[in-house]
Design a protein around this ligand. Structure first.
Ligand code: LLP
Length: 423
């Protein structure tokens, strides 16, 4: 038995009017009727508020990690609110540039940037390249020798800190594909090489220990190691990555962006850091801003075993439960504050048993076929990790604000599915 959905899992500008959920002043049930389901509904002012909080909390600069959720409207919004943008592939770079973000406000990441991607980044004049390997340095040197401008770089180091999170999203430990390992001496070697290379201007070092991390002590420990490692080189900038966790289900709590920043900046102060200290949150900016709205298509009760509730999306719009065993709440957005006494398994419409959205979901007793069912906190790594599996059409994205809903990504069509198919 679960009570009504906890309010703090909903976007900032959510209101419940006669049981019906409104986001950014728009009735979610009406949006579902108008735009169809599944549907990503974002509270635009929530996104803006988190960007502003980050900008205020990191006075030396902060980038939005676009992998969490990217489309042109999101890139523009983060940029307009004063954030830089972290891009991790040529594709993310292209979308950010297409949105009109100034190249000098882009930070280019990636453990295997291709020569083509690097050439695009140098050509555009990105503000920072975060160099991840010696092979990448070779590529940058070749490109600069061929006439492209030398970039400003940060060297990504691996501090040897175990973040308390799912192993798939841990990146700070020594055994990782990312960055230059401090304990193995690779970080020093990389910094020395970058400092000497005429093909790059070394601005500082970068570290990112993982994602969906709740404990500030892991961040503080990593910040101290980064500060100490970099000190002899007198860096201009220390970028401490992203990774701040958010609550997804009842009972979870996480530090705010402001608390996280205070911990990071405090650790750097104590270490006597004079460099600019920057960061790049993704999830903490976008996750709680959105809800995904589905429609229930099938309810199958297997007596004595369990009840399955199938909705019209699934692992193609949210692969996180399958990939990481991530938990979500569910609720009916037309009776948002109704008790949820009935335990069911919410599954998608894909052709495999692993296509589970919520293994043990609590829903209203009278949930029926045709009802809407929503999952909150789906604004990060849902749309961005979505797929066309089973040729399911990717859902649209709405930004809602002051009672107006605008489509920022439209629903896919069958024509879209065939657009690349030239056979
Ligand atoms: N900076 C770097 C270098 C990163 O690799 C990441 C995330 C971030 C910043 C932003 O981290 P955030 O603040 O969003 O935690 N798909 C996974 C998360 C993968 C994160 C990858 N890197 C998930 O759905 O939980």
């Amino acid at each position: 038995m679960a009570g009504p959905l906890p309010r703090y899992l909903l976007p900032d500008n959510a209101e419940i009017v006669d049981g019906r959920l409104h986001v950014g002043g728009c009735d979610v049930g009406e949006l579902a009727d108008e735009y169809g389901t599944p549907l990503f509904v974002y509270d635009e002012q929530h996104l803006r508020a988190r960007c502003r909080e980050a900008v205020a909390a990191f006075p030396d600069g902060v980038a939005y990690a676009t992998k969490a959720f990217l489309c042109r409207a999101m890139a523009r919004l983060a940029f307009d609110e004063g954030m830089s943008l972290d891009v991790a592939t040529g594709g993310e770079l292209a979308v950010a540039l297409a949105a009109g973000v100034s190249a000098d406000r882009l930070v280019f990441h990636g453990n295997d940037k291709s020569e083509k991607e690097l050439a695009e980044a140098l050509d555009a004049g990105v503000g920072r390249i975060v160099v991840d390997s010696f092979d990448e340095m070779d590529r940058i040197e070749r490109l600069v020798a061929s006439g492209l401008p030398a970039p400003d770089v940060l060297v990504r180091i691996t501090p040897g800190v175990e973040a308390h999170t799912h192993e798939f999203v841990r990146t700070g430990q020594d055994d990782t594909k990312f960055g230059f390992t401090v304990s193995a001496g690779l970080a020093d070697e990389a910094v020395r090489r970058a400092a000497k290379s005429p093909a790059m201007r070394l601005r500082g070092v970068h570290a990112h220990i993982g994602s969906q991390v709740f404990r500030l002590d892991s961040f503080v420990e990593a910040a101290r190691i980064v500060a100490r490692m970099a000190a002899p080189y007198r860096p201009e900038e220390l970028s401490l990555g992203g990774g701040l966790g958010v609550p997804y289900v009842e009972g979870e709590t996480a530090p705010s962006i402001t608390e996280w920043a205070e911990a990071l900046l405090g650790a750097c102060r104590e270490e006597g850091v004079e460099a600019r200290v920057t960061a790049e949150p993704g999830r903490a900016i976008t996750a709680a801003a959105a809800v995904t709205v589905y429609r229930v298509g099938v309810i199958k009760e297997i007596p004595g075993i369990r009840t399955y509730v199938a909705v019209d999306g699934g692992m193609s719009d949210n692969p996180r439960p399958v990939l990481y065993g991530s938990g979500y709440e569910t609720f009916r957005p037309t009776t948002t504050d109704a008790p949820r006494p009935r335990r069911v398994r919410v599954v998608g419409k894909h052709c495999e048993s692993g296509d589970v959205l919520v293994p043990d979901a609590w829903v209203p007793d009278d949930l029926a076929v045709g009802d809407l069912l929503a999952t909150p906190v789906t604004g990060a790594y849902g749309h961005s990790m979505g797929s066309n599996y089973n040729k399911v059409l990717r859902p649209p994205v709405l930004f809602c604000r002051d009672g107006d809903a605008r489509v920022v990504v439209r629903r896919e069509t069958y024509e879209d599915l065939l657009r690349l198919d030239v056979g």
